[in-house]
Design a binder for this molecule. Structure first.
Ligand code: SAM
Length: 277
């Protein structure tokens, strides 16, 4: 595959392909940036990579050189011819033309053998949160997630309680994953050029199984607590055993008038475990 903005544009034009804003299509055209992402992701021949949104395949082509297999989900079916041409030499790549958020990934994984699974993706900002939440809530066996996202989205990943960026995503992520920034990426390496720069972040799975007694209760509690961010816990959790929750909050000198955004991960775990007993 050849990497240059000109070559990419020529190929897209020859297939009469128009980049689609509604799918967040900004394609990377800088080979050095792609090589750096691949190097920092530490992928090897025991790794099955799931790529969400291969686009024209610039990242996919390089992933195929280092990984055992690459399983891609692409929502835009009109990319099929372009991907077929660009990935014609990559026998270890499978592309499923469907919305990743609706995919039955666990079933799709059954035909693969692997020692570890990494998700690698250059994501449109509006689906970053639902994708990470899907990975966690569907209990997909993902060891590491490496995502390129707009700088502002990246800030939310490490947000602390009480800040405006703190939400269900921050609780999930910091409970399950070690969050690390890998590199900055200039807006100039994409076509079309977006209005903001990006960063590449990695999430490496932590061994946290013992802390939460019942994950389903924990997930539901987080979802419901942040349901309406400006509402108090009492209002968001009407159907819960509020006496039990109040008992836990007392230990932290808090009551039911608190908002979810003020609660640390430890307090959420404590409440979820009290509700599980
Ligand atoms: N990976 C390519 C690259 O880096 O050049 C393309 C990245 S582009 C920012 C995002 C890609 O995700 C697009 O190809 C878009 O069609 C695809 N996409 C958007 N929403 C998706 C979804 N829900 N499921 C699967 N793919 C999606």
């Amino acid at each position: 595959m050849e990497y240059s903005p000109k070559k990419m544009q020529e190929h897209l034009d020859s297939e009469s392909f128009h980049l689609k804003k509604q799918f967040g299509q900004n394609f990377i055209v800088d080979e050095n940036i792609i090589d750096s992402i691949i190097r920092k992701a530490l992928i090897d021949k025991d790794t099955l990579v799931i790529e969400i949104g291969p686009g024209a395949g610039s990242l996919t082509y390089k992933l195929a050189q280092v990984a055992q297999n690459v399983l891609c989900y692409e929502i835009d079916t009109t990319l099929e011819n372009i991907l077929k041409t660009n990935l014609k030499d990559c026998s270890n790549v499978e592309v499923k033309y469907q919305d990743f958020l609706k995919a039955d990934v666990l079933t799709d994984l059954k035909k693969y053998t692997y020692k570890k699974i990494y998700v690698v993706a250059n994501l449109p900002y509006y689906i970053t949160t639902p994708i990470i939440i899907k990975i966690i809530e569907d209990k997909l066996p993902i060891d590491k997630i490496v995502v390129m996202v707009q700088k502002e989205v990246g800030d939310r990943f490490k947000a602390k309680p009480g800040t405006k960026d703190y939400g269900s995503l921050s609780v999930y992520l910091n409970y399950y994953y070690e969050v690390q920034k890998l590199m900055d990426v200039s807006r100039n390496v994409f076509i079309p050029k977006p209005n903001v720069d990006s960063i590449v972040v990695s999430f490496t799975r932590k061994d946290t199984q013992d802390k939460v007694l019942n994950e389903d209760i924990f997930f539901k509690l987080i979802r419901d607590s942040f349901n309406q961010k400006r509402k108090t816990l009492k209002n968001n959790l009407r159907d819960y055993d509020l006496d039990c929750i109040e008992e836990v909050l007392k230990k932290y000198h808090l009551d039911l008038s608190v908002r979810a955004e003020a609660l640390s991960i430890e307090i959420f775990i404590d409440i979820a475990n009290a509700l599980s007993r």
